[in-house]
Design a protein around this ligand. Sequence first.
Ligand code: AMP
Ligand code: MG
Length: 313
Amino acid sequence: MPETELLSADAPGIARAAAILGDGGLVAFPTETVYGLGGDARSDLAVAGIFDAKGRPRFNPLIVHVPDADAARRYVAWSETADRLAGAFWPGALTLVLPLRADHGLSPLVTAELPTLAIRCPAHPVATALLRAADAPLAAPSANPSGRISPTTPDHVLAGLSGRIAAVLDGGACTVGLESTIVGLGHTPTLLRPGGLPAEAIEAALGHPLARRAANDTLTAPGQMASHYAPGARVRLNATEARPGELLLGFGAMECDLNLSPSGDLVEAAANLFGHLHALDARAPAGIAVAPVPMKGLGLAINDRLARAAAPR
Ligand code: AMP
Ligand code: MG
């Protein structure tokens, strides 16, 4: 494949990206959560190309992105709860898992042949413009090699996928910095993956707690692998200081090499998480030690990603 094009997020850049997608090519684009690697979700070729470029296992289904809830209804069996949650949080960092419609017309590779589809309407204006220009549902997992740290800047995307994808749309740094929160809307609304929208906000909109996924439930949340988001260096959690050879990633007021949020703000920490991991890893330390992060609000998702980054490989 020729060199990956870096496109600016203006009208010509978006038109070029849409044309590449229309030809079955792959374009990384900014969303408020992380950069996504987009391909036409109706095209077997494009979707197979996404799995290929990332080295992603085929049993790990993709999230499909649409410009609004009306577009989502075209692919899934909509429900009252879907309507309530989409009404409260779309566009935004919430993915809903709903039964596929019989006439969905998507590539079966997108769902790893599950009868359900994960679907989201992103809030980033460049993502919205691209979805409208391409006039296609876009399958878009994070734009990084499978298992590695997620990308929150175009540089992160190019570092991992340059030469493997047609283009990157440059929308600057992602504001949320964590992947979407995934909620399964089966019998009871279930938190399948913590993410950029705090579970507490969803529970407030529902008026009741979300069910939590059982640790051994591989069917409803395939691809939630133990080891993921992994830097090259070993990661050690709940550290108060660096051991010899380690770099320390801090949280709150403390001495460290990089700080997720000196003031202890979880929103700021989420936005910095992947960028700081990329930056520390680039210094090739023996290990990265990470200070404790509280388990509330976005801390649930931050700790989820850190636990996977630290998991045995
Ligand atoms: P990523 O695109 O890397 O953020 O990962 C998407 C995640 O969404 C997958 O790893 C799955 O855990 C989840 N997912 C996608 N489709 C489904 C589905 N039909 N049912 C349950 N979980 C899903
Ligand atoms: Mg990912």
